[in-house]
Ligand binder design. Structure first.
Ligand SMILES: [Zn+2]
Length: 237
């Protein structure tokens, strides 16, 4: 292999190791972020349940107050029965009493229904609060673990970075710049092997003339399709 190509390949190996460490850091961070996000969602649901239960309670108290008036109204109509003279008046009053009783019954049913809803939601609220407490404890523990593992990964990254800087110094400035641009534009792969005349970056065939040049190994070539730098290293079987 061309000597300079070998130096670039060595640099790329270190850079790929750094990429892996960076991926690991962001994966660990993302997992923690998702856990914290899930906590926030549960907290929101708890707020929603609390508000809904409060509103139901308010509505129930209003209905309770109305109940007193409605019952009083039935009693008052019933008392009036004593003073009624004609049967027409009696029929009309009986109808009024029936309506008033119906009104009381409807009110009662509304109260029961609200109490049932409120009980269901309260049970859910209790279980949500318990879950939240457990999740909060876990998240706190995980924050510590994540912090430690990110610190460890950053140390690993620094070691690789030092190695990388040393390796980069051994390259001519123009080559290094070209390599860095290619790595950015070509998905982290700036220099690739050519196997049986095929570029291992874009998998296009190299023109035979250029492949022969590459085999001679006296200079670094570029792939005519993807512009990556090329080297030739026979694959051992
Ligand atoms: Zn290519």
């Amino acid at each position: 292999m061309n000597e300079l190509a070998a130096q670039i390949v060595a640099l790329q190996v270190i850079d790929q190791e750094i990429d892996l460490v960076e991926d690991e850091i962001s994966q660990v961070q993302t997992e923690l972020d998702q856990r914290i996000e899930a906590l926030a969602e549960r907290e929101q649901h708890i707020d929603y349940l609390t508000t809904t239960i409060d509103e139901l309670e308010k509505e129930r108290r209003t209905l309770d107050d109305e109940m007193v008036d409605k019952i009083a109204h039935v009693k008052e109509r019933q008392a009036k029965m004593m003073q009624v003279q004609t049967s027409r008046e009696q029929t009309a009053l009986l109808k009024e009493i029936e309506d008033a009783k119906k009104n009381v019954k409807e009110n009662e049913e509304k109260i029961v229904s609200i109490m049932e809803q409120s009980e269901t939601l309260s049970a859910e609220l209790k279980s949500e609060k318990n879950l939240l407490k457990g999740e909060q404890t876990l998240a706190e523990e995980e924050k510590d673990t994540v912090k430690k593992s990110i610190e460890k990964l950053n140390r690993k990254k620094r070691t690789r970075k030092n190695k990388r800087d040393k390796q980069a110094e051994s390259l001519p400035a123009a080559t290094l710049q070209k390599y860095e641009v290619l790595r950015k534009r070509r998905n982290g792969l700036a220099i690739v092997n050519v196997v049986q005349g095929v570029c291992q970056g874009c998998f296009m065939n190299l023109p035979p003339q250029q492949f022969n040049l590459l085999l001679r190994g006296d200079k670094i070539l570029e792939c005519p399709s993807c512009q990556r730098l090329l080297y030739h290293q026979p694959i051992e079987h």
